[in-house]
Ligand binder design. Structure first.
Ligand code: NHF
Length: 450
């Protein structure tokens, strides 16, 4: 198949999990023998060789677009520079700047496909997240190509209809306030999201597209998240834990780790901080160690640091960026990884942890719920523990229970987790399902499923 992928993040450009997902999908599809081409903004990176340039006009201004091409792991990546397309802030500058950038991206995409169409006529355009709505709209309008739209995370924004007029897609904006996700899903032939639970939790949105909507789970790249690459891979896990805790200035104890954005809307670091405050009055606390890694909301950072200062023997808060290798070392050494998100379309942390033998304790939402098999629900096949979101007491209780688990259970959880990461959630599985989505030969969600 000839597949054209549209996305705002493509490695090495990375803001969050989206970059890993789009890149892994593109490369996975290429590995399966498909011809895969990616269109993405350049974001000031200047990667690849300049192969074309043309002018696009929007908002009364003409922008000279430079197209660069590179071959990256079997995928042909075209990136667009010039004007806001070269803006290094991937999702900016500001909201209005971002909207203009998405329109320029749309027009540049139509311009380039017009040049390529004789040598590359896609069977399907796969657009990721709402920033690609204008590109998808224009490619469908002018090339009549089949379109698939994937939601990695709902944004639920409204934009002025005039932006659609500016993009030459006024027919999609009969009202002043338009939700770009609805519009992208409306014009797409198939709509997907990244876990089954997220699809059902957000049925208010996805249900509108009943009959053409489905889920395709993300995968995990276990070739990087792999115990074979650990610095101290030959040492027993307890010894690795002792060493890593020492590296972070803590004595040995049961080690729990959190890694994620400090935000108020999704990742739930506030629930964890409350849970630690609750635990601090329990005798079990003496043997518990917490490594909390992340940054973001300044107030949450202050709160986390205050908790760290209050319990210097137990809690370490790290607000600088750690290398992927250090994070891997941590996953491969700590006992438990906490994912207290309020919601999570898929979430990679729980799978990264499982691949490296750390047992995840996560909120029973979205992709976390679909990837972790809970100890109570299925003791034989369990890979971790699930707790209700936003419930600090439940999280504290789960952590005490985790601390007291016997060695045999812990070992079983670890082994099941490794297997689940390596066998069930591979990018190859994801890509095989996307291929079925592209041809429409896939099961679709209906309101009576639960
Ligand atoms: O893993 C890639 C990522 C997801 O849960 C994650 C999210 C954004 O919020 O699909 O997209």
């Amino acid at each position: 198949m000839r597949i054209l992928i549209l996305g705002f993040e493509y490695l090495p450009v990375k803001v969050g999990g989206l970059a890993e997902a789009i890149t892994s999908i593109a490369e996975g599809l290429a590995k399966l023998g498909n011809e895969v081409v990616v269109f993405t903004p350049d974001h000031g990176k200047g990667l690849g060789e300049a192969v074309s340039s043309f002018k696009v006009s929007a908002f009364g201004e003409v922008t000279e677009v430079t197209v660069r091409r590179r071959e990256q792991n079997g995928v042909t990546v075209y990136s667009f520079g010039g004007g806001l397309l070269s803006e290094p802030d991937v999702y900016g500058p500001g909201w209005k700047g971002l909207l203009k950038k998405t329109i320029l991206f749309g027009k540049a995409s139509a311009g380039l496909l017009n040049e390529l169409i004789d040598e590359f006529s896609p069977d399907v355009v796969h657009a990721h997240d709402w920033h690609t709505v204008f590109a998808l709209g224009l490619l469908k309008k002018y090339f009549g190509v089949r379109g698939v739209f994937t939601v990695h995370r709902l944004n639920k924004a409204k934009i002025l209809g005039s932006y659609f007029h500016e993009a030459s897609l006024g027919e999609l904006a009969p009202y002043p306030d338009i939700d770009p996700e609805y519009t992208a899903a409306y014009i797409a032939d198939m709509v997907t999201t990244v876990s089954r639970s997220y699809l059902l939790e957000e049925w208010d949105f996805f249900g509108t597209f009943e009959g053409k909507v489905t889920h395709v789970f993300n995968g995990i790249d276990c070739s990087f998240w792999n115990e074979d690459f650990l610095e101290n891979k030959n040492l027993p896990r307890e010894e690795r834990r002792r060493r890593i805790l020492e590296r972070f200035g803590l004595s040995d104890g049961k080690a729990f780790m959190f890694i994620g954005r400090f935000d108020r809307a999704q990742k739930g670091v506030d629930t964890l901080l409350r849970a630690i405050e609750i635990l601090s009055t329990d005798p079990a606390f003496v043997d518990m160690r917490f490594i909390i890694i992340g940054k973001g909301d300044p107030e949450l950072e202050r709160w986390a640091k205050a908790v760290g200062n209050r319990f210097p023997e137990n809690v370490r808060v790290i607000t600088e960026l750690l290398s992927r290798e250090t994070v891997r070392e941590l996953y491969g050494s700590v006992d438990f990884v906490l994912i207290p998100s309020y919601f999570e379309p898929f979430g990679l942390v729980q799978l990264e942890a499982m691949c490296l033998g750390a047992v995840p304790i996560g909120s029973a939402v979205g992709g976390i719920k679909d990837t972790i098999i809970d100890l109570d629900a299925d003791p034989e096949n369990a890979t971790g523990m699930l707790v209700p979101p936003r419930d600090a007491f439940a999280l504290a209780r789960a952590m005490i229970r985790a601390k007291n688990l016997d060695g045999e259970t812990l070992q079983r959880l670890r082994e099941n987790g490794r297997r689940r990461g390596r066998e069930d959630f591979t990018w190859e599985n994801a890509c095989r399902r996307y291929l079925r989505v592209y041809s429409g030969a896939v099961d679709r969600a209906m309101h009576f499923i639960s």
